[in-house]
Design a protein. Sequence first.
Length: 259
Amino acid sequence: MMEIGEIRRIVEAALLVAGEPLSVEQLERLFVDGDLDSEEPRALLREVLGEIETDCQERGYELVRVASGYRFQVRQALSEWISRLWEQKPPRYSRALLETLALIAYRQPATRGDIEEVRGVSVSASIMRTLMERGWIREIGHREVPGRPALYATTRGFLDYFNLKSLGELPPLSEVKALIEPVLFQEADEDRDVADGSETLVEPGTKQNVVTLEDGINESSKFDESDGNGGEDGDELTPQKNDDEERPLAEVVKLPTPD
């Protein structure tokens, strides 16, 4: 039978070395019968986790709960300094990828045809491949319409990456839109050619032609499992403008990332 302090040290050590979130069930498997003096060992472990979370409040790191379990991470407010430990810049994602991910998250399950109908351009196969390789989306079946296009939904990895416990914690779409567009406009302004008083050029991705996600999503459409859209997979649609053709720097945005 272990003292509560020793149990806590074991839990803290496991969280530090795991490299991924640990669930209460996984933490319980660290102990053998008799180690935990409780009829409800998981309740005891949750109590220990709560104490650890409280003690981290004045520290540079925190204990957070995400979809897959608990993990330690550096506080977001300190990322400006901690990021200097690494020379490589944080990953940057195109507007096309970001919009595709948002459409899947808010309309899942969704087909490529659903996404293309909203965005008005074809969905690049490389974008879908990148999202799947990152572990943010997965194929969950096929829509029973001609062509049987694949249905995509987000994963636990997606929730973990964005510090979410469930899809219900996704921010309102208006907040997502506010995150994307100001960065697009700012970077577009920086890239315009205004040398020698020449005429200002309006580039794709600026305010004149930014794709508005709300054109195809609204709050009532979140997680609609019975979406009646009969659109076929994008591979069977007529040729449209490809996402990868001449995407300007103005259309590259940063996703918020956990430390």
